[in-house]
Design a protein around this ligand. Structure first.
Ligand code: ZN
Length: 337
């Protein structure tokens, strides 16, 4: 072994033994946006042997302010975040195996996405996905680390299986419009770095067996106002997940989804069933009346004032509208259902 991890091994709670544990560890990161790219960067440099990254999105210019693994070329090409991240990480630490899932995380694939995984890092940006993650992790007995970031404010909490679950603390999805989003409150890249660093520190404790040092509270940091709070959290004895084993989000039917992408004037469509399509055929068909661009992962074409990114598994992102019905119509008209 070369000296790559020497400084980390000198830190006595990790040591050579902890370093070996890291190299044998399997971690999943759900969401490779702001928090996900910071956390992936740190875990890969720390020498976690296997990291599965799950994300459905592509890189855009306004990601570059905080999503540190991506560059202008990725945004120009509209690369899938998982693909761009894997490429960057392989040039940082080629010893780490990066396993990519270019997909959303939904009830039909959630258990498969987490199979064989020791620890999950939640770097998502919505409650629906977190509640699903909470169901799956409780069912499979896996630990996960919640993180969230908005403005100059962030949260971190360890969800230690058998001790507590996320819904003990937040029992239901907040009503639409009741909480700010990064598109209304903005987000500071420095705050993302701080929250991710706390999340990764907790991950290193889990993976090296330093369980006594784990954070057992909800950490709340408000960077702009210089405030840090540790809030007590307790298992709710009537929690529907960890007390009654009722997996509301995991048992939802996956019959396709059409959702507005927060503040992006875009609609995401997942047809439900995933395919392995030959995009060239569709590209040829559209060429006579639409401007098309084809790469390994997706076909991009423009119709009216809309830009459609269509992926080989059948999913699509339609930019230029917030009207789900219009986006669905465009999908059926040009792609077919
Ligand atoms: Zn619970």
């Amino acid at each position: 072994m070369d000296s790559r991890y020497r400084k980390q091994e000198l830190f006595s709670p990790i040591g050579k033994k902890g370093q070996q544990s890291l190299s044998k560890s399997k971690v999943a990161i759900l969401g490779i946006g702001a928090l996900g790219s910071f956390s992936l960067n740190l875990l890969a440099r720390a020498g976690v042997g296997f990291i599965r990254i799950i994300d459905r999105d592509i890189v855009e210019t306004d990601n570059l302010q905080r999503q540190i693994l991506f560059d202008e070329k990725d945004a120009k090409e509209g690369s899938p975040k998982v693909i761009a991240a894997k490429k960057k990480i392989s040039s940082i630490n080629s010893e780490v195996h990066i396993d990519t899932y270019f997909s959303d995380f939904n009830p039909s694939n959630a258990e498969t996405c987490l199979s064989g995984i020791d620890l999950v890092l939640d770097c998502t940006d919505n409650f629906e996905t977190r509640f699903l993650l909470n169901d799956v992790c409780h069912k499979l007995g896996k630990n996960w680390i919640y993180s969230a970031c908005l403005g100059s404010y962030g949260l971190v909490m360890n969800i230690i299986s058998k001790e507590i679950c996320f819904r003990c603390v937040i029992d239901n999805i907040p009503a639409p419009g009741s909480v700010a989003t990064c598109d209304t409150a903005g987000i500071l890249n420095s705050t993302v770095g701080i929250i991710s660093s706390f999340q990764v520190t907790e991950a290193l404790k889990f993976l090296t067996g330093n369980f006594d040092q784990l954070l057992k509270k909800l950490l709340v940091i408000e960077c702009w106002n210089n405030e840090t709070k540790y809030l007590g959290v307790h298992q709710n004895k009537s929690c529907q997940v960890c007390s009654r084993n009722e997996y509301e989000f995991l048992s939802k039917e996956t019959s396709g989804t059409t959702i507005k992408l927060c503040g992006r004037n875009a609609i995401y469509i997942n047809p439900g069933q995933l395919y392995n399509l030959e995009l060239k055929t569709l590209s040829d068909r559209l060429q006579s009346f639409a401007q098309t661009k084809l790469n390994e992962y997706m076909l991009t074409f423009k119709v009216d004032d809309l830009e459609v990114h269509f992926f080989s598994d059948g999913r699509a992102i339609i930019k230029g509208t917030e009207d789900t019905a219009r986006a669905r119509t465009i999908y059926s008209k040009y792609i077919g259902t």
